[in-house]
Design a protein around this ligand. Structure first.
Ligand code: HEM
Length: 119
């Protein structure tokens, strides 16, 4: 049987490292940094890890707000979405995640754009 995306990303440990890396990249990315200034990055990492574990098929429960509520009032642009996805791809590539897995994650992220853009 094919392993789940969760298992192929390295399960809880692997995903926590990917999220740790891309949240740091967001905070350092000139296109995204203003959004993260003054925010609790440890909390972003914790919720981001739960979200990604759950979305990839892991047993974790996501304790954050739904995506629309979390991004409401931010008026996030398409350019910001692409910048965020670029950081996530870079974090996965830095950890030698396979191309098939990278493509799956990008597809999932892109499918969620209606829940984060221009709200
Ligand atoms: C498909 C793309 C995205 C996904 C899956 C996603 C996911 C999440 C999740 C799970 C949270 C935590 C929710 C919570 O705080 O309860 C969150 C919060 C946040 N996201 Fe996103 N996000 C996406 C795109 C973006 C983009 C493009 C930006 C910035 C330009 C962004 C900025 C933020 C900020 C600033 C928070 C913290 C909100 C707060 O502390 O009140 N997100 N996001």
């Amino acid at each position: 049987m094919t392993a789940t995306l969760y298992e192929r990303l390295g399960a809880a440990e692997g995903i926590a490292k990917i999220v740790d890396d891309f949240v740091d990249r967001h905070a350092a990315n000139p296109l995204l940094a203003p959004r993260f200034q003054g925010r609790d990055l440890a909390k972003s990492k914790r919720l981001g890890t739960q979200f990604m574990c759950m979305g990839a098929g892991g047993p974790q429960r996501y304790e954050g707000r739904d995506l629309r509520a979390a991004h409401a009032g931010m008026n996030i642009s398409e350019q910001e979405l692409v910048a965020a996805i670029d950081d996530i791809v870079a974090a996965m590539q830095a950890r030698q995640v396979g191309a098939a897995e990278v493509h799956e994650v990008v597809g999932i992220l892109y499918s969620l754009k209606g829940e984060v853009l221009r709200l």
